[in-house]
Write a protein that binds this ligand. Structure first.
Ligand code: GLA
Length: 745
């Protein structure tokens, strides 16, 4: 890893063993982009990469040089208005109304490691040797606005992290209308664009299309990163697949409104932008003030999409997630939501917990309904004290009873919300986001608290911290069940209303920071009606997130498969729930529900007392299995082998770091009649190791399993011999492969 600055050609080259990122100072003083991709040899001068040729009807920066137009020169922090007609990365409205900027290169510095971003989540290093960070300073001479671009290159990851800081060093106030975290001008558009999109209960489905002339974009204006589009995208070269070919992955470490777009121009060059959504964004920067953008992470892989995912997994698991739980296998939990919904008593909860304990569960989680006057979703949000009518001994008493059973205790909160029917709202009606004099839209009978105001965050913090100080709470599920509407804060003047969306999410991060700081051993799981805020920003505070309110095993194949494109398996909240399933009313076998949930944090979302004796035995076996293999499942290397978006079968696997243990999950949605013989070529094994297939008892070398494949054919419908239990729809199997001592086969 290194960052080299070639003085003569004014060229920066950031590289490690995998990736090169090259920029130069253009002759107009702006910062130009020369190359981003597979590592190439360094040289003193790359200026031949600046492709310039006169275009009829073009506009030129220098009328004497008809070759120099920003319309086709690739740039790092482009602005609109001086011959560049693409969407800009930065737009600053000045006192005289002009938005034209002239960002001149001033200086640079290189430091070991990586500085933190104040108030924002970001990747980090634990020692100076892990990364180098380049800080480039640009300046607009007229307004004296300073722009600092941060680029970090990591030693061990094929990734570059980027962010921007804008400092108003001039005497006049300005307004940021757009401040993107990331801009990359690519020389062509020969890519397929892949995004993760869906809706509530159908999050992060994989969607693909070719890049074409015009703008293609995903984003959110809901105040959260959203169920609809995830702040992640990848571009792959034609021919690239899971294991081969070039892929660029881009992830934004942010949980609020975002935009990611690709603009292909008529010369088939592509500009990628990512950052806070510029719609409704308007940040006033007074003299002396600064603005920090969120961080974006670019990953390059020449080993297909799976190679890209593994880089994100390892980087995000170890250098974005933080704290006590970062590297620890996650407790197996039982959550009461789908078991009781709002209909519970303390004794009922304890009876669920007792059964859970008997089965081997480690953590019991009390979901919604324990506080204020909450007996359904019309009341109580905002009043974070236990309801004595339901819990006579409070959270402290219940937690003690649960701990007395030998279980840890966890609790649900929805800190950012309030019901009208609550003491908090009655005391502070102005604390919700709303426009005075206008109708307030509600969602699920609730309103969004104005987290852009410090006193609101302070108040919620005090209520939550009091419970955590008094009761033995080991886990928090932090929910967020509606999007923002009428985004307006009574705490800010008119000319700062464009800041509210971003200040809101900064308030959320602030509350997370305070709570995780004061209670470092509490495990946080983020949630937003399932996966409505499952993003890299959340991962910094909560190392796991409830992936979706849809707990059906078949639906989860697509949701978890898509989620794995960017997010580590240890972060994917996944539970076994009841059959028929409460969201899609499907009856899937108990073993299939577990076989899907193993590839995540694992737990149960049902009352285990409602199961038959035989099913309880199965649950005990499942939990014992998870305890034995969760290190591999959650922290091993994850490989996608067959996509649920492409056929009836899904296959994925996890391999331990030492490659001696692998767990393969095989899933078939519909039963088939007289089917073909099937094999799956595995990945990530040691070719020379001899593995025992614990399902069949047979032995196989790794190279056989990876090249010839694992045989998965079975007697399908119409072929079942007498006495053999036939397969049904929603069949699945787990194959465990364990390396055995070396003797030739
Ligand atoms: C959201 C969550 C669920 C559950 C309910 C409780 O929908 O995603 O898991 O906690 O809220 O109201």
């Amino acid at each position: 890893m290194n960052i080299i600055f070639h003085e003569k050609s004014k060229t920066f080259h950031l590289f490690n063993n995998e990736i090169s990122y090259i920029m130069t100072v253009l002759r107009n003083g702006h910062l130009g982009q020369l190359y981003c991709g597979k590592r190439i040899r360094d040289r003193e001068d790359f200026s031949h990469l600046l492709e310039m040729c006169e275009r009829p009807m073009g506009s030129y920066v220098y009328d004497t040089d008809r070759l120099f137009s920003l319309d086709y020169l690739k740039q790092e922090m482009p602005v609109y208005g001086s011959t560049d007609y693409h969407a800009p990365a930065l737009e600053i409205v000045q006192k005289n109304g002009s938005r034209i900027m002239d960002l001149q290169f001033v200086s640079y510095s290189i430091e070991e490691g990586k500085p933190g971003l104040e108030g924002l989540p970001a990747t980090y290093t634990e020692s100076g040797e892990e990364a180098l960070t380049l800080r480039i300073v640009l300046r607009d001479p007229l307004t004296e606005i300073k722009v600092e671009l941060l680029y970090t290159v990591f030693e061990k990851y094929s990734a570059v992290a980027r962010s921007m800081r804008v400092v108003n060093e001039g005497g006049e106030e300005v307004h940021l209308a757009r401040a993107m975290s990331f801009c990359l001008d690519l020389p062509d558009c020969d890519y397929e664009w892949v995004q993760l999109s869906g809706s509530w209960a159908r999050e992060r489905h994989v969607k693909k299309r070719r890049l074409e002339e015009g703008i293609q974009a995903i984003g959110s204006m809901r105040g959260n990163s959203s169920h609809e589009h995830n702040p992640f995208l990848l571009l792959r070269r034609s021919g690239a697949d899971e294991y081969q070919g070039e892929v660029l992955g881009l992830s934004l470490i942010y949980s609020g409104n975002f935009l990611m777009q690709a603009e292909v121009d008529c010369h088939r060059q592509t500009r990628i932008l990512a950052g806070i959504h510029p719609d409704c964004f308007d940040w006033k920067l007074e003299a002396g003030e600064c603005f920090q953008t969120p961080e974006a992470v670019l990953v390059y892989s020449d080993q297909g999409m799976n190679g890209m995912s593994q880089t994100f997994h390892r980087l995000y698991q170890s250098r974005l997630a933080r704290g006590y739980w970062r590297d620890k296998v996650r407790p197996i939990l039982n959550n009461n939501w789908e078991a009781t919904y709002f209909d519970f008593t303390e004794d009922k909860l304890v009876s669920i917990a007792e059964k859970a304990k008997e089965c081997g569960v480690e953590l019991f989680v009390l979901d919604d309904g324990w506080f204020g006057k909450r007996s359904d979703d019309h009341a109580g949000l905002g009043d974070w004290q236990a309801n004595p009518e339901r819990l006579a001994n409070g959270i402290t008493g219940l937690a003690e009873r649960i701990e007395g059973l030998g279980l840890k205790f966890g609790l649900w909160f929805e800190p950012e919300m309030v019901n009208r029917d609550s003491d908090l709202y009655r005391a502070h009606p102005d604390w919700i986001l709303h426009v005075p004099g206008r109708r307030e839209s509600q969602g699920r009978y609730q309103y969004v608290l104005d987290f852009s105001r410090r006193e609101v965050v302070d108040c919620i913090y005090e209520m939550m911290a009091k419970i955590l100080r008094e009761a033995k709470v080991s886990y928090i599920k932090w929910d967020m069940n509606r999007s923002i509407t009428e985004c307006y804060s009574e705490g800010l003047p008119a000319d700062r209303q464009g800041e509210v969306f971003h200040r809101y999410i900064l308030g959320v991060y602030d509350l997370y920071e305070r709570l995780t700081g004061e209670f470092p051993q509490v495990l946080f799981e983020s949630c937003a009606s399932g996966g409505g805020r499952f993003d890299a920003g959340m991962l910094y505070y909560a190392p796991q997130g409830w992936a979706s309110d849809n707990s059906d095993a078949v639906e989860r194949l697509k949701i978890q498969y898509g989620t794995s494109f960017c997010y580590p398996i240890s972060s994917i909240g996944s539970h076994v729930s009841a059959a028929p399933n409460h969201q899609v009313f499907r009856n899937t076998p108990l073993h299939t529900r577990a076989n899907v949930a193993y590839f995540g944090t694992f737990g149960y979302e049902l009352d285990l007392n409602s199961l038959s004796e035989e099913e309880v035995c199965q649950v005990k076996e499942q939990i014992a299995f998870m305890k034995k293999y969760r290190q591999v499942l959650q922290f091993g290397r994850f490989y996608r082998l067959k996509s649920p978006f492409e056929g009836n079968e899904t296959v994925w696997m996890a391999v331990s770091e030492d490659k001696r243990t692998a767990v393969v999950g095989w899933y078939r949605v519909l039963n088939v009649v007289n089917d073909a013989y099937t094999r799956v070529r595995l990945a990530g094994l040691d070719p020379a190791l001899r593995y025992r297939n614990l399902r069949s008892g047979t032995l196989h070398y790794g190279d056989e399993l990876m090249n010839l494949g694992l045989i998965t054919s079975d007697a399908t419908a119409g072929q079942v011999p007498a006495g053999v239990k036939p397969c049904t729809d929603y069949e699945s199997r787990i194959y465990v492969l364990e390396a055995e001592e070396e003797t030739l086969l």
